[in-house]
Design a protein. Structure first.
Length: 238
């Protein structure tokens, strides 16, 4: 049976600065949706315009057309950590696949992949999975396991002064609104700092961040003493 509500179209931003390649990407979305599939709707525009579109939750980034390569991916991740990324890059470039996924991409496709494969990758990403050649996913997992060894554990992620301030308040169970008010910054800025902190800590939510911050960032004991996630009887999620 089809899931209720899956008929709503999924809007996906297309990031490329070459008109011919953009036309090729748009053609992928000409495929009609199958039974139980949502229709995919392409959204075009400059990178700045796409990033300012708060309704976008997915983007396809064409690495071929950007000289900055993965810097574009990093820019998107920093400004819109809520967006799930699918990158299209050179074929048979295992190192780039690994770097792309580590940089935050949820899927990697190459120029040999046709519309059907692109559709499968997008479906995987919209369902919360990662799409890449199986042998490279295995390699990625092996690399992550190795990176958690003693040498990696000894490395302390570097934080900016502002990130330190935000982290201190997160560990005191402050909400984004309270942190913004106390530091005199906007809530969206707090969310951006939170996203970077979670990425540096290798966690996916603020509770895990609070629980692991003392160990990962070698914080003074006074921070941890005041930091329980249950301080003031709540666990903020905003």
């Amino acid at each position: 049976m089809c899931a209720i509500g899956n008929s709503d179209p999924i809007r996906i931003g297309l990031v490329t600065n070459e008109p011919i390649r953009l036309a090729g990407l748009v053609s992928v979305f000409d495929l009609p949706a199958r039974r139980c599939e949502a229709q995919l709707y392409p959204v075009t525009g400059s990178l700045a315009e796409l990033l300012s579109d708060a309704t976008l939750r997915y983007m396809v980034v064409d690495l071929h057309s950007w000289s900055s390569g993965l810097k574009t991916v990093d820019t998107i991740r920093r400004q819109r950590p809520d967006i799930r990324l699918i990158v299209i890059g050179p074929e048979d470039n295992d190192e780039l696949v690994m770097k792309s996924i580590r940089a935050g991409a949820r899927a990697y496709l190459d120029v040999r992949d046709g519309p059907e494969m692109v559709r499968k990758a997008i479906d995987a990403v919209t369902e919360g999975s990662i799409w890449a050649p199986p042998r490279l996913l295995t390699k990625l997992i092996d690399g992550l396991l190795k990176s958690s060894g003693p040498d990696r554990a000894a490395a302390i992620p570097e934080l900016t002064a502002r990130e330190h301030q935000v982290l201190e308040l997160i560990m005191r169970a402050r909400s984004n609104r309270e942190i913004a008010s106390e530091l005199g910054i906007e809530e969206r800025t707090v969310r951006a700092h939170l996203a970077r902190l979670m990425r540096k800590a290798g966690v996916d939510n603020r509770i895990k961040l609070s629980m692991s911050a003392r160990r990962l960032f070698k914080l003074p004991h006074k921070s941890a003493d005041r930091a329980g996630v249950g301080e003031r009887g709540r666990n903020p999620v905003n």
